[in-house]
Design a protein around this ligand. Structure first.
Ligand code: GDP
Length: 165
């Protein structure tokens, strides 16, 4: 199983993956260019699948995403930052790139991260849910910092990928 996490730079994509993988959150924002991934196992009854979750690792800033990763992906997490309007507006652009480069039946989910910064919120839950529904997705809200809803998000997308196999 291949899952990708997409979204503007600094919305918290690698923090979400780090938090999922080893319950670590750092305040650093150091990025190398390339594609990183974490590896995990998805278990369903007696079956077990290797899952790779790919992070675009800074490429979004240079608009040079390697589209061959899109074609390999079975699942997409599209992330924005609830305190950053531009990152929410760019969800449209990310969706277009998925429609253009990924399998049409790909499993996808929208995530609004940084809900620990509620007082700085500029995107409402209702607005985000509406966009998600327009693209046939469910909407999750997370905090990679406080480890809110991270396990649930990853479990959700892996379940969706499994259902699509
Ligand atoms: P990426 O470029 O999308 O992979 O974003 P990063 O994971 O590198 O995070 C960008 C910045 O946002 C870093 O300074 C993180 O510490 C911070 N950050 C990530 N997730 C959260 C969160 O849930 N809450 C808060 N308050 N900060 C976060």
């Amino acid at each position: 199983m291949h899952v990708m996490i997409l979204g503007d730079g600094a919305v918290g994509k690698s923090s979400i993956l780090k938090q999922y993988h080893n319950n670590k959150f750092t305040n650093q924002h150091i990025k190398t260019l390339g594609v990183d991934f974490i590896q995990t196992q998805y278990k369903k009854g007696e079956q077990s699948f290797d899952v790779k979750i790919w992070d675009t690792a800074g490429q979004e800033r240079f608009k040079t995403i390697t589209y061959q990763f899109y074609r390999q992906a079975n699942g997409m997490i599209i992330a924005f930052d609830i305190t950053n309007l531009e990152s929410f507006e760019n969800v449209k652009t990310w969706m277009n790139s998925i429609y253009k480069h990924a399998d049409p039946s790909i499993a996808k989910v929208l995530v609004g991260n940084k809900i620990d910064l509620e007082e700085q919120r500029v995107v409402t839950k209702a607005e985000a849910t509406k966009i998600a529904q327009e693209h046939g997705m469910d909407y999750f809200e997370t905090s990679a910092r406080d480890n809110i809803n991270i396990q649930e998000l990853l479990q959700y997308i892996m379940d969706k990928v499994y259902d699509n196999l």
